[in-house]
Design a protein around this ligand. Structure first.
Ligand code: SF4
Ligand code: SF4
Length: 223
């Protein structure tokens, strides 16, 4: 999931200062789990805006904010409230915000959240980064633990000389990713696999902006 954190409300206020009325859009997926785009978060934002002299014409939490077409269809029932707003504030990740940019051709769109990383919720509303979206996953060779993400240096061969007592030199409270990989391979009886040299990564596989079409056309479907 994409982990988001709400921006400082005062910085949002500063960014939107020239507008008076707003329609708020959340997201019922990642941003809801992060508490940054659920109904309560939207209500809090509406209260904050109103207490600062702004108007809120309406709000909506779409099923999946980054599903542009679905969100556009869901927003139809709020057509009047959207039209009445000077601008749109989106409380999801940057992808959801850019859905709104595509949907609202003639209205400014502002993000209320910062998108931080792709991670897992390890406990209720506690998140850890797990994947750097490198475009070619190698964790089949590293005991299911990503060194690119979990090692601050992104080393494909480790541990580095700074590792001490199994901890990382960059953040001494954190276990070294390569020690974790070693220990897991050992426990799985797969230590031999660590002798295989991992080739340098082809970073062009993660080139931005990424694009992918997984939809099969009709012809393929009937084959
Ligand atoms: S190797 Fe790449 S795709 Fe796989 S978990 Fe790590 S960053 Fe993500
Ligand atoms: S101590 Fe381990 S996790 Fe930290 S930078 Fe070195 S190899 Fe990476």
């Amino acid at each position: 999931m994409i982990i988001t954190k709400q921006k400082d409300p005062n910085s949002i206020l500063e960014t939107i200062s020239k507008y008076k009325s707003f329609f708020l859009i959340g997201c019922s997926e990642c941003a809801s789990l992060c508490g940054t785009g659920n109904e309560d978060a939207l209500k809090d934002m509406a209260g904050f805006l109103k207490s600062n002299g702004k108007e809120v014409t309406g709000m909506m939490v779409p099923k999946t904010g980054c599903q542009t077409l679905g969100t556009k269809i869901e927003l139809k029932k709020d057509k009047d409230a959207c039209e009445a707003a000077d601008a749109i504030i989106v409380m999801s990740c940057g992808a959801g915000t850019q859905s709104a940019t595509e949907i609202f051709k003639d209205k400014p769109v502002y993000p209320a959240n910062d998108s931080l990383f792709l991670g897992n919720m390890t406990r209720f509303q506690m998140f850890d980064e797990r994947c750097s979206l490198c475009g070619e996953c190698i964790i089949g060779k590293t005991a299911g633990i990503c060194p690119i993400t979990n090692c601050p240096k992104g080393l494909l061969v480790g541990p580095c000389g700074g590792m001490s007592d199994g901890k990382c030199e960059v953040s001494p409270d954190t276990p070294c990713a390569w020690v974790r990989i070693y220990e897991r391979q050992k426990a799985l009886g797969n230590l031999e696999e660590m002798k295989e040299v991992i080739e340098p990564k082809d970073w062009s596989k993660g080139q931005k902006p990424g694009t992918l079409a997984t939809r099969k056309d009709k012809k393929e479907l009937t084959e």
